[in-house]
Design a protein around this ligand. Structure first.
Ligand code: B12
Length: 215
């Protein structure tokens, strides 16, 4: 059996204790933390989503799987974090107003931390004013917005509009994501980029920083 199979199974079965034990074991066996996230944990959560859609899983199973995922990520976060003294850039991230989904957003935040970025995570159901305050307080380079519901996607536009009105929009690059979000929507609301999954976010964020240094 592969060293990562117990981790995959633990997330799928929503067993947080087993997920934590499996992460410990994989790390002790020198598994690469970033690879654990992208090749085992995200696929396990994708399968949870599939089972939910086919009505084999219901809300309690989702919550347990989310908890197992969070436990595993919490353990990996310090290992993902790069050791460089100078942060690659500052990111403010949150799930937009009305939306409570945070598993994908947490993964994106963990990947960015792993890529050396300093991440301020505002959590879920974040109103536009809080994003604006955090951009000002942290002198952020990048803002990440997450939405998982078609009914909360418009809050991304509302947030961007509020940032424009407050005069902070042009100080930052904005990346958006979440299952219902598309590149078209990103262009339509004037965001700077969209990522389909957490695996592309570090490259995109580094690209943003390179652009900022050239302009
Ligand atoms: C887990 C889950 C929940 C959990 C959330 C737990 C938590 N702490 O997050 C709970 C049970 C609470 C929940 C509640 C609800 N949910 Co729900 N949920 C899901 C589910 C199954 C999985 C989402 C998930 O975590 N995926 C795994 C992560 C890793 O993927 P991800 O979130 O897409 O994130 C990746 C990318 O999108 C991207 N990304 C995400 N954010 C960002 C941000 C940036 C900046 C970038 C660059 C990239 C990026 O990178 C991530 C990692 O690769 C989805 C189904 C699905 N397949 O998406 C439904 C789903 C999103 N939920 C749905 C619904 C309807 C609801 C409820 C309204 C149900 C209800 N009737 O109460 C409530 C709404 C609560 C609220 N106000 O938000 C619908 C949405 C339908 C729609 N199109 O609007 C879905 C699609 C299920 C379905 N098919 O019906 N849900």
């Amino acid at each position: 059996m592969s060293i990562v199979q117990p981790l995959y199974d633990a997330i799928l079965n929503g067993n947080d204790k087993a997920a934590i034990a499996a992460v410990r074991e994989a790390v002790a066996a020198n598994a690469d933390p970033m690879e654990l996230v992208t090749t085992t944990m995200i696929p396990a959560m994708d399968e949870v989503g599939r089972l939910f859609e086919s009505e084999e899983y219901f809300v309690p199973e989702l919550l347990l799987a989310g908890r197992a995922m969070r436990g595993a990520i919490d353990l990996l976060r310090p290992l993902l974090a790069a050791s460089g003294a100078q942060p690659a850039g500052r990111v403010v991230i949150g799930t937009v107003a009305g939306d409570l989904h945070d598993i994908g957003k947490n993964l994106v935040a963990a990947m960015l931390q792993g890529g050396g970025f300093e991440v301020t995570d505002l959590g879920t159901d974040v109103k536009p004013a809080r994003f604006i305050e955090a951009v000002q307080a942290t002198n952020a380079d990048i803002v990440g917005l997450s939405a998982l519901l078609t009914v909360t996607m418009p809050a991304m536009k509302v947030t961007l509009d509020a940032m424009r009105a407050a005069g902070v929009r042009d100080r930052v690059k904005v990346m958006i994501g979440g299952a219902p979000v598309t590149p078209q929507y990103s262009a339509e609301i004037g965001a700077d980029g969209y990522c389909e999954s957490a695996s592309g976010v570090v490259a995109m964020a580094r690209g943003f920083m390179a652009d900022r240094h050239h302009s």
